[in-house]
Each structure stands twice: as C-alpha cells, then as structure tokens.
Ligand binder design. Structure first.
Ligand code: ADP
Ligand code: ZN
Length: 713
C-alpha cells in the first residue's frame, strides 16, 4: 500500500467521518504505524483521544477491526458514536439473541462493518471468524486490565494472550491511560507484543483548572459553585455511600438536580442513574469512585472531590473525566484533615500499609502545595512542566508569606500547655478562649495560653496549624486520638528564636480557568459582554435542539455534537452547507442529517434579532435580490450561499409578510401533503420528522416552504 496515498486518504477520512481538520499529539504517528501493520502500545490520558487511533485506520483496512473493551455500556456508546458519524460498526456480547449474533457474524464475513466491539468473554463465540481472512486489526482498549499489577485487573482479559498467536500478521494496538511503567511492560508481555512501538503522550490536561479549598461549609460552597454553572454536567466524588446519598438529598432540596450512585445500589438503579447522566437528563451525580469507568461523556464540565482521594492516581483519573472535549473545565478538591485521618485509619493494618500511607502523603502534599499544582501532578507522573501553568489556584493567587513566628509560638506553647494530649480543635478553642463544655470540664480556661488568640478567626488558626504540621514543627499522633504533639524542631521556635514563614489565608473566591497567554484576549472581549450574552442565548437554543434530536434518536447528546462543536457553531453561525461542514466536529453524515435543523435554528435566532434590523441583514439582502427578479439559484450564486439557505430565507420572508409568490416554489399539493403530515405527526417543531415521514423523498426546503404557507393561513 503506497503510504503517501494512504496519508491523504487518512486526512480525508478524518474530516469526512469525524469532522476534524487536524490530529492531536501522537495520533497521526500512531495511525500511520497501525496502517503500516506495526503493533503499538498507546499511553494517553483519559480524554486524550485514543479512539481515533484505531477507528481511523479501521476505515482503511479491508477486513474488520476487532475492539476488545471491558464494559458493555462503553461499547454501546462507542458504536452509537461511530454510527452517528456514518461508520458501520457493531458490538457483540452475551446480551444479544443468537439471531442477532448470527447476523453480526454474517456482517463480518461479508466485510459490511468496519469495527466490531467485543468483550473478552465473548471472543470464544467468534472463534470461527477470528482469522486473518476477516480480521485486519485488533485494538485492546483499557489494556491495563490484563495486568494483575494494574489497578483494575480483570481475569477475563487474560485470555487475550492467545490472540496474537491466532492472528500473528495483523497489527495489534493496545491502549490505556495507566502511566505506571511496570504495568505497561506487563501489558505488552501478556499480549505477546513485546516489540510493539510505544507511544507516550503528555499527561497534561491543560483545559482542566485545578483548585483546592479548605473543607469548611462544603455544602454551601458546593451549592454556590453549581449555581454559577447552570446546566453544566458534573460529578461529585465522596468517600462513603452514605455521603453520596445525603449530599444528593441536600442538593435536591436546593432545587439542584442530583442523583446518588454507589456500589450498594442495585444494578437497575445504577444503570438508570448512569444512563440519565450520559443523556444529560441528570445534571449532577454524587458518587463513590465506583462511578466513572467506561463513561465517555465528553461534556462533563466539572468534577468536585467532596472528600480527599486516597492517592494521586485516583484523583487524576477522576478529574480526567471532566473536559474530554477539550473545553475549559474545572476540578475542585476539598481538603480536610478529618479525611486524611480517616484515610490513614483505612490504610492501617492493610498488607501494603506503607505504600498506601506514602501515596496518601503525596496527595496531602498536593493539597497543601504553595507552588503550581499542575507541576506537582505531572511531576508525580514523571513529567516536567517547564514554568507554571497559569490555570491552578496557586498560579492565580500565589500565596503571600509573612513572618508568622509569634503565631507559631502561640500554637506550640498551647500544645505544650495541654500536655500534647489534645487534637487541633481543642488547641484552637483554647487559643480563642472558647467557653464550651469540653474546655470548661477540663479546666482549660486556667491554662496560660487561654484566649491569647481571640483576634484570629477559627478558620485562620486552622490554616496556620496545618502549615506548622506541614513544615514539621508539630505533628498529629494518629494513634493517640489525633493529638497534636511537638517535634524535635518545636524547641527551635519556642526557645531559639527560629523564624517561621506562614502564608496568609486566601479568601475563597472562585478562580476562573483562564490559560495565561489568553488573558489579554479575554480582557478585550469583556467590553462586548452584550454580544456574549446574545451568543450564550444562541448556545442555549442549540443545546436544546441537540437535546431534542438526541432524545429522538435515543443517543447521548454529546454524540450528536460535542460541546466544543456546539460552541463553534454558536461562534461561526454557519448558514450554508459548506460553512457548516467547515466546523470542527462536523463530518459528512452529520452535515446531512443535522445540518438543516441547526442552520434553521441559527436563522430563527438571527431572524428574531433581525426584526429591528437595518440594512444589510441577510434576509433583506435576499429580498432585495428577489425583487429584482433573480431566480433562487442566481441569488444563491450572488450571495455565495447554498440554495437551501436561500429557500429558507424565502420561507422566512414569506411568513413575515413580505410579498413573495410562494407558489412559484411549492405546489398546492405539496402544501396539502405537509399539512397531512403535520396532523399525523402532531405538529413537530423540527423538520426532520417530516423528512422521515416522506421517506426522505421531499426536500427540506420544500417542507419548510409548505410550512410557512400553512402557518400563515
Ligand atoms: P480517550 O479514549 O483517550 O479518553 P476519546 O477518544 O474519547 O478519548 O476522545 C476524547 C474527545 O476528544 C472526544 O470527544 C473526541 O471526539 C475528541 N477528539 C479526539 N481526537 C480529536 C482531534 N484530532 N481533534 C478534535 N477532537 C478530537
Ligand atoms: Zn499552576
């Protein structure tokens, strides 16, 4: 196969089928390697764009590409997504009837589909067609599941080892978001593709803004956070099942649509919550870490950690579920010492206690960082970020240090006076002179440090104590009721005049995820906030239309168009087929199936704005040309617009009372037929149902013209 010719074809396919004009990092090299029949190991973070790496080559192969995937829910979404892009694909699993299975096998034999998704358990049933005559490539998604060293081992994946022996001459591509080197090497060994070419992508997800806040009044902070993000999908991770339920209940009580999800719910309930989240019907899910694997939803806009995660791997995987579409997204973590203590307790006694504690420590360091958080995260995955990210709370609000020696001395002497027996809460109460039962019953009001820190708020004291712990001037004795104790360094502060630098507490204000270099541009656009709100109005209309179409087709909204594509449609306002096709994320099929409705929506939107409009608006221009006696085709040529667009102008002009000889374009019997359809279909808003009613034999523009006649009469 001449590689150059293939290259062009690949770019054409990228645009025609997926609607993208360019590859993301590594994608092109991987696609070429697969096309050159090389085995590949692909390591990319969640949302990095792994699917294209095997879906695109699949289009160029003669036979079928088998995709091994661990979850049935995941397969269905991927197949729906492929079909929405006009790519014939199916899945094969045990939930299907034997007739269905037989039909799929026939499709493979006749090479009528390009991709077949299979769970490892179902491979045996495909034995007869697992030959190089029918199969051109094998992709193993979530490939870390094959390694017992990975965090998600699945015994069924172990049968995959034999596949390479059965299909030695076709390329295998293994894909995973697990960066851990030992697991990686185990994967290629188990799959018997030791010579696979390795592709490691950066783990940076720069569109996700990172933020950590102290866990005071979490619920009200969360409610505020959500209220500033209307209609945005989000996940809130909690440590316990109970918390997920309580939180969902509280959010609902505040008119926020949220559902709980955890492994204790029955299968039906879990599937229902997951489905309804994927389909944009439930805006928010409060979940344990059981939620998320296999959820490809690209428009999750934020992830909140109500509790601290156990380790950075888990945290990164969870926040990675936000912003797969590349649009700006937000990750908010609440940091609480109570959580740290609870996690320490969970770890204690475990067979790998030391490892767990060490991992928790790194998580803690991340939460308490006074330098760029993204740097810390990427450093953890062995990547060096040159410079600071500009998209984390530390970068946006760098901590200000001051001489905190006196504050430190007050804290340490309180610890000393209370005989190193009390936990943080009591120490702070004593400093603030609190007269509560716990203090009075122990007679702590007599201690010399009692009330010496009334001028500082409770929260700020907490902020300072935590810093002293981090700097090693005191520590928590986890096995002694979490009492604060002095360390070898405490005496330097208490008696040897060592200076202690502390950071000022930062008022909790929302950070706005803005990438640094884009700031100046953002400032400039501020002045046009009117235009912006008009636009977001259009976005909302486009979003509603997307939701309506998705519901009709029974697929998730993001499979119709991703948020990123919808934003581009909003910005560019395409009104012709060629303009619509130029939008990233719009391929040939989506243009054909959805183009008209979206363009009609844009036109309606502009039409309603245009009422007050002056010269030069698009309808007026068309009308002026029409009045000169030009034909529709001639107007289209003059205006460099599509004929369909001009027809929709004519319909609009007619319905707003302009003098149009409408029956030049549509016959009375056309109108009658549409009238009949309207009745039968119960007056749908969109044109598509009509189009389908007429078995796709009547053009959209005719339907639209006929409707304008009906509506005017
Ligand atoms: P992963 O499987 O690595 O988590 P996906 O394959 O689901 O990621 O891709 C994540 C998102 O990125 C999807 O919405 C996908 O359509 C989009 N995407 C992938 N490749 C490109 C590209 N070259 N240009 C624009 N968007 C892309
Ligand atoms: Zn940063």
């Amino acid at each position: 196969m001449p590689v150059e010719a293939t290259k062009n074809q690949v770019f054409l396919n990228l645009k025609n089928y997926f609607g993208y004009d360019s590859f993301r990092a590594n994608q092109q090299d991987i696609v070429e390697a697969v096309l050159n029949k090389k085995d590949c190991l692909v390591i990319m973070p969640t949302g990095g764009g792994k699917s294209i790496c095997f879906q695109l080559p699949a289009l160029s192969f003669k036979g079928v590409t088998i995709v091994i995937s661990p979850l049935i829910a995941l397969m269905k979404d991927q197949v729906d997504g492929l079909n929405a892009n006009g790519i014939p694909a199916s899945f094969f699993n045990s939930s299907q009837s034997s007739e269905e299975q037989f039909a799929i096998i026939e499709h493979v034999i006749r090479a009528e589909i390009k991709l077949l998704y299979v769970a490892p358990e179902s491979l045996a049933a495909l034995q007869n067609i697992l030959t190089e005559k029918y199969i051109s490539c094998v992709a193993i998604d979530e490939a870390h599941c094959i390694s017992s060293w990975g965090h998600d081992f699945r015994p069924s994946y172990q049968q995959l080892g034999f596949l390479k022996t059965t299909l030695p001459n076709i390329p295998f591509i293994a894909l995973t978001a697990t960066a851990d080197r030992a697991t990686r090497e185990d994967v290629v060994k188990q799959l018997r593709i030791e010579d696979a070419q390795r592709f490691m992508s950066s783990f940076d997800r720069e569109n996700i803004g990172l933020e950590v806040r102290p866990a005071n009044n979490r619920i009200s902070q969360i409610i505020k956070f959500i209220k500033t993000r209307p209609n945005q999908s989000g996940i809130i991770y909690c440590l316990s099942r109970k918390t997920t339920e309580q939180l969902a209940k509280k959010l609902k009580a505040n008119s926020i649509p949220a559902e709980a999800y955890h492994a204790g719910l029955n299968f039906d309930k879990r599937s229902k919550v997951q489905e309804s989240f994927i389909h944009d019907k439930t805006q928010i899910v409060c979940a344990t870490v059981a939620f998320g694997m296999g959820i490809d939803k690209s428009n999750v806009r934020w992830v909140v950690h109500y509790n601290m995660p156990k380790n950075i791997e888990g945290y990164y995987q969870e926040i990675g579920r936000a912003g797969r579409d590349g649009l700006k997204s937000h990750a908010l973590l609440f940091h609480s010492y109570a959580d740290v203590i609870q996690l320490q307790n969970f770890a204690s006694g475990a067979s790998n206690e030391a490892v767990q504690i060490a991992k928790l420590d790194r998580m803690k360091q991340f939460s308490e960082a006074t330098t760029c958080r993204r740097k810390i995260l990427l450093g953890y995955f062995g990547e060096l970020l040159g410079g600071s990210c500009g998209n984390c709370d530390v970068c946006k609000n760098p901590p200000q240090f001051f001489d905190g020696t006196i504050i430190a001395q007050k804290i340490l002497s309180a610890i000393y006076r209370l005989k190193q027996k009390e936990a943080m809460g009591i120490i702070i109460d004593v400093l603030r002179g609190a007269q509560n039962a716990a203090i009075l019953s122990k007679g702590y009001q007599e201690v010399s440090t009692f009330g010496i820190g009334k001028d500082i708020s409770w929260k700020h004291w907490q902020h300072f104590v935590i810093q002293l712990i981090n700097q090693g001037f005191c520590e928590i004795a986890f096995h002694k009721n979490n009492a604060l104790q002095l360390t070898a360094f405490s005496s330097q502060v208490l008696f040897k005049e060592a200076k202690v630098a502390l950071t000022k507490p930062i008022a909790v204000t929302e950070i706005k995820p803005v990438v640094k270099e884009k700031r100046s541009r953002l400032k400039r656009t501020k002045t046009t906030s009117k235009a912006k709100s008009a636009n977001s109005n259009l976005f909302e209309r486009l979003r509603q239309l997307r939701y309506k179409i998705a519901s009709e087709e029974g697929i998730p909204a993001y499979l119709v168009f991703s948020d990123a594509t919808l934003k581009k449609i909003e910005r560019e306002r395409p009104l012709s087929e060629s303009e619509f096709l130029s939008i990233s994320g719009v391929g040939q099929r989506k243009l054909e199936v959805y183009g008209d409705e979206f363009m009609a929506e844009i036109m309606n939107f502009m039409g309603s704005k245009v009422k007050k409009l002056k010269k030069g608006d698009t309808y007026t221009v068309t009308y002026e040309l029409y009045k000169t006696g030009l034909s529709i085709e001639e107007i289209a040529v003059q205006r460099k617009l599509n004929v369909t667009t001009i027809y929709s102008h004519i319909a609009k002009l007619y319905s707003t009372g302009k003098k149009i000889n409408i029956y030049d374009f549509v016959t009375k019997s056309d109108v009658e037929a549409v009238q009949k359809a309207k009745k039968a279909l119960d007056s749908p808003k969109a044109l598509r149902p009509y189009f389908e009613y007429f078995n796709e034999t009547v053009d959209y523009f005719k339907i639209r013209l006929a409707l304008s006649v009906i509506e005017k009469d």
